[in-house]
Design a protein. Structure first.
Length: 242
């Protein structure tokens, strides 16, 4: 996913709560309702003797996980909107006091000085700075700062910046101990074996398998430690060792 330096507040809270695969908060609401509905349908199927109890539980687990993330995102969104409304209301001192950096103002109506904060574009970094004291993990997903990565190992490579990341020279890199090739290969084989167990058999298509593994973990309420691209690379490398 291309790293966006300027985003809306809604986009920010979706990213901050690992919901960036959704287009809006409303879409998350609809997905929660859909998962609950599917769970109920599976329960009915189970009562009819179609043995769907496990499927129903998976739908309930995913619905619960999404609902928790949604509630957190909504609270952050309200807080950010309040911050923007207060500090970008024409008060110069207020604008200087806020951490939010307004990139593109969108007014409620033509000739109106009031801003429609839900449509305004803000600096992604400034939103991360605002969230930092309240939720470091959320801030780390938004802010490409070395301070965040030192404290939070997010592991979501799809959200990490590429060319826009500040380059930081690590003075200890030359003296840091390197992991032996044999150990790395053992890690790769272990990852492949665990993935095989999760899916009850890999298809041999790394990208497809990686997506399926992460979806299976998500359904069980387990957060994936890496993104899809990274896991696909691990599976590819492990396949070459065989």
């Amino acid at each position: 996913m291309k790293f966006k330096e300027s985003i809306t507040l809604e986009e920010a809270v979706l990213i901050a709560n690992d919901l960036s695969h959704f287009q809006s908060l409303d879409e998350v609401r609809r997905r929660v309702a859909s998962e609950c509905e599917q769970a109920e349908n599976q329960n009915v199927a189970s009562l009819l003797g179609k043995n769907a109890e496990n499927s129903a539980e998976l739908h309930y687990q995913l619905a619960d996980k999404l609902e928790v993330a949604l509630d957190k995102a909504l609270n952050q969104y309200v807080s950010l909107c309040d911050e923007a409304a207060i500090h970008f209301s024409g008060d110069v001192q207020g604008q200087q006091a806020t951490k939010l950096e307004l990139i593109k103002p969108v007014h409620i109506a033509a000739g109106d000085e009031a801003l429609d904060v839900s449509r305004c574009i803000f600096s992604r970094k400034s939103i991360g700075d605002y969230l930092m004291p309240h939720d470091m993990r959320a801030a780390a997903r938004l802010t490409p700062l070395i301070e965040c990565s030192k404290n939070i190992q997010n592991g979501d490579d799809d959200e990490k910046p590429t060319e826009t990341s500040p380059k930081v020279e690590n003075e200890e890199s030359s003296t840091s101990p390197k992991i032996a090739k044999k150990t790395i290969n053992s890690y790769l084989k272990t990852i492949a074996a665990l993935s095989d167990c999760i899916l009850d058999g890999l298809t041999g298509a790394p990208t497809k398998d990686a997506q399926a593994v992460l979806m299976a973990l998500e359904a069980k309420g387990i957060e994936g430690c890496v993104g899809q691209k990274t896991l696909a690379k691990y599976l590819t490398d492990a396949k070459e060792l065989v």
